[in-house]
Design a protein around this ligand. Structure first.
Ligand code: FPP
Length: 273
């Protein structure tokens, strides 16, 4: 059940978009590449970290809407394995912001029945960050609403290389045979094991790249690019992305249910029946 009034008051532009969204066709899993914090800050002559701070506010708004829509899973790309290349000061500020976010949001997570999970190579995180992440996971472990996955020290290639390493180690111990290594085995060994693949991937800021995010899991995701910078990504933009998703024709390599049947001509080319 969508909590419409909780998301947008009647008569607002947000409510107009919301009214066009079909509750039965919502994406189960939404993944977001939150890009543009730096440019948002630069446009205001502010330090980059102020852009990230404004970005953290956009995370709060987005999570609230996600919970009220009843979306099963949301995955946010907060820190990639490549982000270590940034200036030390920015890196330190990003981790401080994550801790502050967890501190300030844990009660809201519980109130909104949100379950917290981190994905990525968490072993390489600073122990103090891991303590926050572990606490958030522990405190929200019984929540049955939206699963919020925050990608930290994450990249798709790195995740797949960890899966391959596990496979090789299992094989060396005789626990895995070549014929049992199939797509389902890989799914079970990803950081996202047990979680449905994203139906919708959103990237903000006008860049049209995947940037090493969920490479395996987005095989059939619908991708939505918007020029809006992440700190400006509000309820209207989020709802617009979902409305656009609902207008897509998802075929998963097959045909639309309303496609006209064809037969093959003797020459091999398809003929409309
Ligand atoms: C990309 O913008 C954004 C990041 C690398 C960090 C994302 C972090 C947040 C949204 C805030 C903290 C997150 C949580 C979950 C509390 P960019 O810096 O690459 O922007 P630019 O391309 O304009 O420079």
């Amino acid at each position: 059940m969508i909590d419409k009034d909780g998301i947008a008051r009647p008569g607002t532009p947000e409510r107009q978009i919301l009214d066009e969204i079909r509750p039965e066709g919502l994406p189960r899993h939404i993944a977001i590449i939150m890009d543009g914090n730096g440019r948002w800050a630069k446009a205001r002559n502010l330090p980059r970290i102020q852009g990230h701070r404004a970005g953290a506010q956009a995370v709060r708004t987005t999570l609230e809407t996600t919970a009220r829509l009843g979306i099963e899973v949301i995955t946010l790309y907060a820190f990639s394995t490549e982000n270590w290349k940034r200036p030390k000061l920015e890196i330190r500020a990003l981790w401080a912001l994550l801790k502050e976010f967890i501190d300030s949001q844990l009660e809201t997570f519980k109130k909104n029945n949100l379950r917290f999970q981190a994905i990525g190579d968490l072993e390489r995180l600073d122990p103090s960050v891991r303590r926050y992440v572990d606490r958030a996971r522990h405190v929200t472990r019984d929540c049955t609403g939206t699963l919020v996955q925050i990608a930290l020290n994450y990249s798709g290639r790195h995740e797949l290389s960890r899966v391959i390493r596990t496979a090789v180690a299992d094989a060396a111990q005789g626990l895995l045979k070549p014929e049992t290594l199939d797509e389902a085995w890989i799914d079970r060994h990803l950081d996202t094991a047990g979680v449905p693949d994203p139906d919708l991937l959103i990237r903000t800021s006008g860049e049209q790249r995947i940037s090493n995010f969920l490479l395996w899991q987005i095989a059939y995701s619908e991708i939505y690019f918007t020029r809006v910078l992440w700190p400006d990504f509000g309820t209207a933009e989020f709802l617009e992305a979902i409305r656009a998703y609902q207008q897509r024709d998802r075929r998963f390599g097959g045909l639309s249910p309303d496609a006209k049947p064809e037969s093959i001509s003797p020459g091999g080319s398809p003929v409309q029946a």
